[in-house]
Design a binder for this molecule. Structure first.
Ligand code: ADP
Ligand code: ASP
Ligand code: MG
Length: 422
């Protein structure tokens, strides 16, 4: 008997018919004698609908109330799944985040899980029930409902799996695994049988929406075996076949003997670029600009400072688009005047495209292949940042998909050249 946590995303829970399919799959695992904890997302479109209503009321809804609202989507889908199971004769019970409880900090709309009390879940499992824990939500120290940020059900599931030392965490979604890039953008993208934890972490942090970054962090911290697989297959497929499908996140470094230099491509439109023109080029200027941004709890991603011309320089950086309004306000009201900057330019039409691969550590010249591929398409690179296992560029967002497709081709990601042992 194993303890399996299964997360079902929005599309997987998207209709009564789909919920029946989920129940069928869960019933199969339960009937085989496994203990099953299910973490459902809201039905697809529901979280957007709720947040849209909030924005109709006011452009800047109170964040505590926004979480009160957004958390309802998952509560509904959890109850619907529990009812479906019970109607099928499978004993089941659903719990909200605050009933478990899933304890978080108080950062409404992007709360972090601090702890999970698994007593109630264990009691139900021991009584033979399937336990359903609503994804995406928790409770803070003052008893307020919190949510974990978009895509947060992934994190709920991996955190529950970590807290309960589950044998495996299965992330069921609408694609059959992690691909070399989003298969909706590049139809030739290839599914990876295994992906290293480090690569998955980079892909998620650089914008690949398949897993929320914090879920990957949890998986790493607690060594939770996580598999991404499709919920849209026949729910009756044998367990062994199901367990061999999808993509496993592996913690072993040497799963690829001759690792592909680049394993995947991530992209993101959630970027905003700011440029302060004609900033005096004096010691401390970067600190004077970025210090107040950091103090406002805004993460700065890429930074570029030009060579000084007649004692002044242009200073550019990017932030998440959600933080763009606040950054703009800080720059125009406070930072710009304080450092004596000239014009302040805000560009929201940028995208970040990144190549990722642990093979990049041991191969030189990977970035130049990237730059050549982009130049052949006439795509101008506005900013560059590199680390051991990734290179990211900021480009005009209208070229984002073209860039992803041309890089996928340039690195021959449509061809399986790895000697995968997994
Ligand atoms: P869920 O509702 O199940 O959480 P998401 O929409 O959040 O599903 O994530 C699944 C989607 O992620 C896929 O439909 C796909 O378009 C997208 N995606 C982005 N990058 C990748 C990738 N590298 N591999 C697979 N899917 C990806
Ligand atoms: N329902 C939430 C969202 O749409 C959480 C999730 O689906 O993971 O972001
Ligand atoms: Mg998701």
């Amino acid at each position: 008997m194993s303890l399996i946590v299964q997360k079902y995303g929005g599309t997987s829970m998207g209709s009564v018919e789909r919920i029946r399919n989920v129940a069928q799959r869960v019933a199969k695992w339960h009937a085989a004698g496994h203990q099953v904890v299910v973490v459902p997302s809201a039905m697809s479109g529901e979280t957007n609908r709720l947040l849209g209503l909030a924005k109709e009321i006011t452009p800047h809804p109170d964040s505590r109330e926004q979480d009160m609202l957004a958390a309802t989507g998952e509560q509904a889908s959890s109850a619907l799944l529990a009812m479906t199971l019970i109607a099928k004769g499978v004993p089941a019970r659903s719990y909200t985040g605050w009933q478990v409880p899933v304890r978080t900090d108080s950062a409404f709309t992007k709360a972090r899980i601090k702890s999970i009390d698994d007593e109630r879940i264990r009691n139900d499992l021991d009584a033979g029930r399937v336990v359903i824990v609503t994804g995406f939500q928790g409770i803070d120290e003052e008893g307020n409902i919190t949510t974990l940020g978009r895509g947060g059900s992934d994190t709920s599931a991996v955190a529950v799996a970590a807290a309960m030392k589950a044998d495996e965490c299965l992330i069921f979604t609408d694609v059959d695994g992690v691909y070399t890039t989003d298969p909706r953008v590049v139809p030739e993208a290839r599914r990876m049988g295994v992906v290293s934890f480090e690569e998955m972490l980079e892909l998620a942090s650089l914008g690949s929406k398949i897993l929320q970054i914090r879920s990957v962090e949890f998986a790493g911290k607690y060594q939770v075996p996580v598999r991404v697989l499709s919920s849209l297959t026949d729910p009756f497929i044998p367990l062994e076949e199901e367990m061999a499908s999808g993509t496993l996140i592996t913690f072993e470094e040497d799963h690829k003997m001759e690792a592909a230099v680049v394993s995947g491509i991530a992209f993101s439109r959630d970027e905003a670029k700011f440029t302060l023109r004609a900033v005096p080029d004096t010691p401390g200027v970067a600190y004077s600009i970025l210090g107040p941004i950091a103090a406002a709890n805004i993460d700065v991603d890429m930074i570029l400072q030009n060579l000084s011309v007649q004692g002044t320089t242009d200073f550019s950086f990017t932030v998440n688009r959600n933080d763009a309004d606040r950054t703009n306000e800080l720059l125009s009201k406070q930072i710009g005047p304080a450092v004596g900057a000239g014009e302040i330019v805000y560009d929201s039409k940028v995208a970040k495209v990144s190549i990722v691969g642990i093979g990049m550590r041991s191969h030189a010249g990977v970035a130049s292949t990237m730059f050549r591929a982009l130049s052949q398409e006439g795509i101008n690179i506005q900013m560059i940042s590199t680390s051991e296992i990734k290179t990211s560029v900021i480009i005009d967002d209208k070229y984002m998909e073209l860039a992803v497709r041309s890089l996928h081709k340039a690195f021959e990601l449509d061809q399986d050249k790895t000697q995968s042992a997994g």
